[in-house]
Design a protein around this ligand. Structure first.
Ligand SMILES: C[S@@+](CC[C@H](N)C(=O)[O-])C[C@H]1O[C@@H](n2cnc3c(N)ncnc32)[C@H](O)[C@@H]1O
Length: 234
């Protein structure tokens, strides 16, 4: 039997091959737009890491707003498309990197913003410590985290008694408000937490700021220089 991680990889590979994956390809989420415009006023030209960037719609938006963007995904086909879209849409100097967020190589940059639209809710609970480890390693000590995850109102979960679901091999999990606070509340202050609930949606959109007081917990972001694997500059 396939491990959950390999099943997820296979699901995303097939999703990008077929292009029938069900999430928006080019238009950024209005919530990401709102949060990024807010952050642009605080840290213009800041460094942003988009994790699970897919075809790059949020990385491109961030680049067009003036952020210096690195975008990672474990699916090379998604990154190829993202690089192409970035060229077409004027996303400047985005570094695209093939990487698994759970096993990210050290990076010389501390990012001012980490953005995750739809990646965390595909990670099993047992992988949350690795996810958070990467997040806290890459985010500067006064950085911001933009997160969008499934809420219980996402259609897939509406009649489900479980908070997770496996469809076509891919793992999906919804988060309650409490889950989000339990997972991130110690290290982050929640600045905005919006529930989107309409049509095919059912999401939390969250803007968090890292608490300075916990900075000693996780040490400085690694300064070990490790060039990205196969970077594609556009
Ligand atoms: C639902 S898609 C969202 C894509 C993009 N963020 C967007 O908003 O269009 C989730 C993305 O996360 C990527 N992903 C899932 N688990 C990952 C992991 N452990 N490491 C890196 N990328 C991952 C998938 O390949 C997929 O592109």
């Amino acid at each position: 039997m396939l491990s959950a991680a390999r099943a997820n990889r296979r699901y995303f590979r097939n999703a990008y091959r077929s292009g029938q994956h069900g999430w928006e390809v080019e238009e950024p989420s209005p919530y990401a737009v709102k949060f990024l415009i807010r952050l642009k006023r605080i840290i213009p030209n800041g460094k942003l890491l988009d994790i699970g960037c897919g075809e790059g719609r949020h990385a491109i938006l961030a680049s067009r707003l003036g952020f210096k963007v690195t975008a990672v995904d474990f699916e090379p086909l998604a990154l190829e498309r993202a690089a192409r879209f970035a060229k077409e849409k004027g996303g400047q100097n985005i570094v695209f990197q093939t990487a698994n967020i759970l096993h990210m190589p050290a990076h010389e940059t501390a990012f001012d913003i980490v953005l995750d639209y739809g990646c965390l809710h595909h990670q099993r609970k047992t992988d949350w410590p690795a996810y958070k480890g990467s997040l806290l390693r890459f985010l500067s000590h006064d950085g911001f985290f933009i997160l969008s995850v499934f809420s219980p109102k996402f259609p897939l979960f509406r009649n489900s008694r479980r908070n997770w679901h496996i469809a076509q091999g891919a793992y999906r999990r919804y988060f309650t408000r409490r889950d989000i606070l339990e997972l991130f509340g110690q290290e982050f202050e929640v600045l905005e937490l919006i529930e989107e609930n309409g049509g095919h949606h059912g999401f939390w959109h969250v803007l968090l700021k890292r608490r300075k007081t916990n900075s000693h917990f996780h040490g400085q972001p690694s300064r070990v220089s490790c060039p990205p694997k196969k970077p594609v500059q556009v």
